[in-house]
Ligand binder design. Structure first.
Ligand code: HEC
Length: 165
């Protein structure tokens, strides 16, 4: 009898402990750290379709009667003559430092070849039709540069004057 009771008690005890031992499953709260780094796609620099009108184009000799111009030390006499011719023929549309009807002509001889400048003056109609630089210029200035009724020598003197600006 006693023995039966003891076994019963033991069985009970075992049963109880196994039940009470039900493991509390500790589910660790997952702390999800989102490491979603947005990759910034660098914006591609869109090359502007606009031509830089101040970029030097010294290889371009333009189109017209002037094929080769010899440039030497500044000829003061020619400069004086060119200055007067510039006043009478060009100042209606050009200033030196500022944009006016046409571009400011400061440093023009550093941007354009002597031949291109003289062809632009003596043959502007064809230049504005065919030369890529002249075409870009008229697209910006929207006014055709009037072809100048001056001689090659006068034109050369104006070029000399512009070399000093
Ligand atoms: C009726 C106005 C007008 C007159 C006069 C004129 N120009 Fe122009 N010139 C322009 C315009 C406008 C442009 C820009 C191109 C275009 O739109 O035809 C230009 C462009 C030029 C350019 C090119 C400038 C650059 O940035 O490449 C030169 C050089 C130039 N002119 C020189 C002269 C000279 C020198 C004279 C005088 C002999 C003269 N121009 C007379 C209007 C004129």
């Amino acid at each position: 009898m006693n023995f039966k009771l003891i076994t019963l008690a033991l069985v009970l005890a075992l049963f109880l402990t196994s039940c009470g031992d039900s493991k509390k499953k500790e589910t660790p709260t997952k702390t999800v750290t989102k490491t979603e780094v947005k990759k910034e796609t660098p914006k591609k620099e869109v090359a502007s379709s606009k031509t830089d009108l101040n970029a030097p184009t010294l290889d371009n000799k333009g189109i017209g009667p002037i094929k080769n111009v010899k440039i030497g030390a500044i000829d003061a006499k020619m400069v004086a003559k060119g200055k007067e011719l510039f006043k009478t023929n060009c100042t209606a549309c050009h200033k030196i430092k500022k944009r006016y009807i046409g571009p400011g002509l400061k440093d023009i001889t550093k941007r354009r070849s002597p031949e291109w400048i003289m062809n632009m003056i003596l043959n502007s109609t064809e230049m504005l039709e065919k030369d890529p630089v002249a075409k870009a210029l008229i697209a910006e200035y929207n006014a055709p540069m009037a072809q100048q009724q001056i001689s090659k020598e006068e034109c050369r003197a104006i070029l000399e004057y512009l070399r000093t600006k």
